[in-house]
Every structure is written in C-alpha cells, then in structure tokens.
Write a protein that binds this ligand. Structure first.
Ligand code: SF4
Ligand code: SF4
Length: 117
C-alpha cells in the first residue's frame, strides 16, 4: 500500500483545496533555473504547497489511486522557480530540480502516479 493511502483524511482535505488560490499571475522575467518536482508517494495531500504558490498555478490532482490527490503544475510557463511551494513541505514531497525541461515535460505529458505494486 502506498504510504499516503493510510492517511484517511487525505482526499477530504485535498478536495477542499483542489482549486488553486485565485492570484494575479506575473510573467516570469526570465526562464526559471529550477522547477518543482513532485514525489507523489511521499505526499500526504495537505495542499500547503498549493496555498503557498504566489502564482496560484499548483493544482491538487487525483493520482492513479482514486481519492488520492497530489499537487501538479499545469502552467509551467508561469512558474518563476521561486521555490516557495517547497518551503513548507515536511514530507519532502515537493522539491526543486534544475532539470527544468524534464520537469516541464513530466507535468505536461504525465499524470501523477503512485506505484501500487
Ligand atoms: S507536496 Fe507536501 S506540502 Fe504539498 S500537498 Fe504534498 S505533503 Fe502537502
Ligand atoms: S516555484 Fe514558485 S511559482 Fe513555481 S510552483 Fe512553486 S511557488 Fe509556484
């Protein structure tokens, strides 16, 4: 069983915060040197990262495990790479990576997945 499935309140809390906070986005002045990288298996779905993003571009998204939500970035071009989303994650489930193109591709082409076997 994935580690975060054991938190029975996970989906309830995530459902409350599925929509990101409405914030006025600023256009990044230059391409970010880093982008967030989400590690779904470590995530407990508290949505702190979603609420910390000044751009409001992280969205709690359902994984392949029904009812389990993790943050996912849909507007990669609006990410400034500020790293504020990673600041409050005590689970180490969202970190910054310098592999910007790889992170963009992953957010664009994949859905968050938790290995279940
Ligand atoms: S990545 Fe961390 S801060 Fe964000 S929802 Fe998961 S546990 Fe919470
Ligand atoms: S790095 Fe900054 S702009 Fe990008 S998702 Fe995290 S908090 Fe939002």
């Amino acid at each position: 069983m994935p580690t975060n499935v054991s938190d029975t309140n996970q989906s309830e809390r995530a459902n409350e915060t599925t929509a990101p906070p409405t914030r006025k986005k600023v256009k990044p002045k230059r391409p970010p040197k880093e982008l967030p990288w989400v590690i779904p298996v470590n995530c407990e779905g508290c949505a702190d990262c979603v609420n910390r993003c000044p751009q409001g571009i992280l969205v709690m998204t359902e994984t392949n495990v029904p009812g389990i939500f993790v943050p996912w970035l849909y507007e990669t071009e609006s990410c400034t790479g500020c790293g504020k989303c990673t600041g409050g994650c005590v689970m180490g489930a969202i970190v910054m990576t310098s592999y910007v193109d790889m992170a963009k591709e992953r957010f664009r082409d994949q859905k968050p997945t938790i290995k279940t076997d």
